[in-house]
Design a protein around this ligand. Structure first.
Ligand code: NOJ
Length: 733
């Protein structure tokens, strides 16, 4: 996000004409309050819908009948800088007040949680990341930007790029998984997709990278919990995606709820001013998470609201999401000299700069024709991209006896409540989908012409109807059992202490297996599940996440073999919950897990993941050979030969890893350094080449300094983090 000299001068001129109240107004974000009928703020209502306390339908009903206060008077008085609304006509009306009726005519920046698509809902991020397809990440973000703009939203609270390694945390669903390199590439692509198409004012939005930072490391996977870690761990694992997003020009950042080493991110000057603004060079602004400034009082770091507001402003928090603390307390703090005017000016300059860069002064409104066009339905190319993204995100975890693909004409019994429920395909943080766009697995199979009979039997919640399970197993050639989690079981405030299949679903699978019929298991879920029993007993497991509105079409094409699965896991799966956090790139221990007693292991569970990061099968097979590593002055040139050894075309994600064998700090056993998607015809062979810059082979120490240390390195290439060819090379930088 860069402004021209002229735009900068415009911002300075505006700033020089603003009163203190108007300046603080820009730092204040409002969300509609529901007045009458339902007495909670809009943001709370959204969270209630998101976490399942109320259904989407109830939410719609409340919104259509409840009277809402959109804070029009405050907007008119110049006391609101931002709003959170997703109705295009309402947004036009609010913008009109800001632009035409406030003294300085400053438009609102209108934010919304468009996390994995707006009305076109794509797979949840942990799933989309399994495609390892940067072009796809960008394309889906670009479409989300266009749909947001068409609804008056110019600021998306995305991408969520928290590295997350503990799947008890419900928010693993929202981000790109456990790896800092995949997370960084995902972040870059999302920023490009959201922000870079400036061919029209309605093609881009401001990104809001979140949650800054280390939220994914919340202790014991419990949401909002404390985090503590070394500086090197922070720099090597949790900051890289944010650094990448800043390099890509992300316009804004949302601070995380958690404290890091004792200081809540909301008031953490080191994180906000020193690292984000100075070291990473954020040009835009930082917003708090919802209510987070007030929560600093509960954290016990501020005495009262006013104190929290002062600490946040001084730390570099530019905008207050939803507490009114800036609005109510900052003026007095400035007048008393506790908060220098320069702090206010800096925040307002940043906020105005984003508004100018967004073109809001020239184009504040959504044209009526665009609103009407979307009211007619989703364009065909949007639906097609939803399907493509869903197809690429599916991961085939196990396919014993090549039960998949199912042959046309085979009689399928489709089992499981999730399979027939189109309301369960979109996953957490999807708030603008329309029931008519959503395709369940049942409908997807039917539309694809499969011979399928549906038996709901039961799901993640409630009882299983075992007599129906028996009936399902009787009259078919193959059983497709769809099990997993409801959408409300992942996302914010959805941590779990047990991440095995919930409810009676395992018993249902046991009963199906006992029938002797072949059982294909499809998982719909928002987190890696603990699948020890399932992996041992079930012949086939297809990980399908919450794939978005075209989930049913995508799963049907994979089950029936029209699409050859190519996804690879963006997060490791444990056998049992007690292994969490489990991730492939863990630091080397002095006693690596083994069968021997005094090693880093469990007495009652494997020490390693069940399905590792990068794992994913195909309907064809690939063979790797001839890994060659050569050195030039600036980089390693690496090549590996890949052959399609099976009977059909397939796409393989070729993964490049390295290990710094001995260094001044303990380094991970393996680190992903690059990847490529390669499509090969049966029998085809290709040399896949990577250039690994030497400058990318270092790490950050505990002073946050980047180090390249001479010595032995291992280079790995393969089809998963566990299954690689390896070469050693000694380097002097
Ligand atoms: C809370 C969530 O942590 C954040 O991700 C979201 O963007 C905001 N609320 C706004 O809804």
């Amino acid at each position: 996000m860069k402004l021209t000299q002229e735009q900068k001068a415009f911002v300075e001129d505006l700033l020089s004409r603003m009163t203190l109240d108007e300046k603080i107004g820009q730092m204040n974000q409002e969300s509609p309050s529901i007045v009458g009928g339902f007495d909670v703020p809009f943001s709370e209502l959204i969270e209630m819908m998101t976490d399942g306390r109320i259904s989407q339908e109830e939410f719609g009903r409340i919104m259509s009948t409840a009277k809402q206060d959109f804070h029009e008077d405050d907007i008119r008085a110049g006391l609101v800088g931002s709003q959170m609304v997703n109705d295009p006509r309402q947004n036009n009306a609010l913008q009109k007040i800001a632009v035409e009726e406030s003294r300085l005519g400053i438009p609102l920046i209108i934010g919304f949680d468009v996390i994995h698509g707006f009305r076109s809902v794509f797979p949840i991020a942990i799933g989309e990341a399994c495609s390892f397809d940067d072009a796809l990440f960008e394309e889906t973000a670009h479409m989300a930007a266009a749909e947001s703009r068409a609804h008056g939203i110019n600021w998306n609270f995305a991408p969520m790029i928290d590295a997350a390694r503990d799947s008890r945390w419900g928010r693993v669903s929202e981000g790109p998984g456990e790896d800092p390199l995949l997370g960084s590439r995902f972040a870059r692509a999302k920023i490009r997709g959201l922000q870079n198409d400036r061919s029209s004012a309605l093609n881009y939005v401001a990104a809001c990278t979140k949650h800054y930072v280390a939220y994914g490391a919340c202790e014991s996977g419990r949401d909002y919990n404390t985090t503590s870690m070394s500086v090197s761990n922070l720099y090597n694992v949790y900051l890289p995606a944010f650094r990448a997003a800043m390099e890509e020009g992300a316009a804004t950042v949302m601070a995380a709820f958690n404290d890091l080493n004792g200081v809540p991110c909301t008031v953490n000057r080191w994180l906000l001013r020193d690292i984000l603004k100075k070291e990473f060079g954020l040009d835009g602004f930082v917003v708090s998470d919802a209510n987070a400034i007030r929560e600093c009082v509960i954290h016990g770091i501020a005495e009262d609201d006013a104190d929290a507001g002062v600490q946040a402003a001084l730390a570099g928090m530019d905008m207050d999401m939803g507490t009114h603390i800036y609005k109510d307390c900052l003026k007095a703090a400035v007048e008393q000299g506790t908060v220098p005017m320069a702090v206010i000016d800096e925040a307002v300059r940043r906020i105005l700069s984003v508004k100018v860069w967004l073109g809001l002064f020239e184009n504040p409104y959504v044209p009526e024709e665009l609103i009407e066009a979307y009211e007619k339905g989703l364009p065909a190319e949007h639906v097609a991209l939803c399907r493509k993204a869903a197809e690429e995100s599916v991961v085939l975890l196990k396919n014993e006896g090549n039960l998949l693909p199912i042959k046309r004409g085979q009689k399928i019994s489709l089992v499981g409540k999730l399979a027939g429920d189109a309301n369960e395909v979109c996953g957490a943080w999807a708030m603008a989908w329309k029931p008519e766009d959503c395709v369940s697995i049942q409908k997807g199979l039917e539309a694809a012409g499969a011979e399928v009979k549906y038996y709901p039997c039961g799901g993640p919640e409630g009882e299983i109807d075992f007599s129906e399970v028996d009936r399902a197993a009787r009259d078919c050639d193959v059983i497709v059992a769809v099990v997993g989690e409801t959408c409300a079981m992942s996302g914010e405030a959805s941590s779990k202490a047990d991440i095995s299949l919930p409810g009676g679903q395992r018993a249902m699978l046991q009963a199906l297996l006992a029938s002797g019929k072949p059982v294909v298991t499809v998982l719909m879920n928002g987190r890696p599940l603990a699948l020890g029993w399932e992996a041992e007993n079930l012949p086939v497991i297809l990980e399908a996440w919450h794939l978005g509105i075209r989930m049913g079409d995508a799963v049907a094409s994979v089950l029936l073999g029209d699409v050859n699965p190519s996804g690879k896991l963006s997060s490791s799966f444990p056998s049992v919950t007690g292994q969490c956090p489990v991730y492939y790139n863990h630091p080397s221990t002095g006693r690596p897990g083994s069968k021997s007693k005094f090693t880093s292991r469990y007495l009652d569970a494997p020490w390693d993941s069940l399905f590792p990061f990068g794992h994913g099968l195909s309907y064809t097979t690939f063979a790797y050979d001839n890994l060659v590593v050569t050195e030039n002055p600036d980089a390693l040139e690496i090549s590996v030969s890949l052959k399609n050894t099976g009977g059909r075309e397939g796409t393989e994600v070729v993964q490049l890893y390295m290990q710094d064998v001995s260094a001044s700090l303990v380094r991970p056993v393996k680190e992903l350094k690059d990847y490529q998607r390669v499509t090969l015809a049966p029998g085809e062979e290709k040399t896949v080449s990577f250039t690994l810059p030497k400058a990318a082979m270092g790490f950050y120490d505990n002073a946050g300094q980047y180090r390249l240390e001479n010595g032995l390195f291992r280079i790995f290439a393969g089809g998963s983090s566990r299954d690689c060819l390896m070469q050693e090379i000694r380097l002097a930088f």
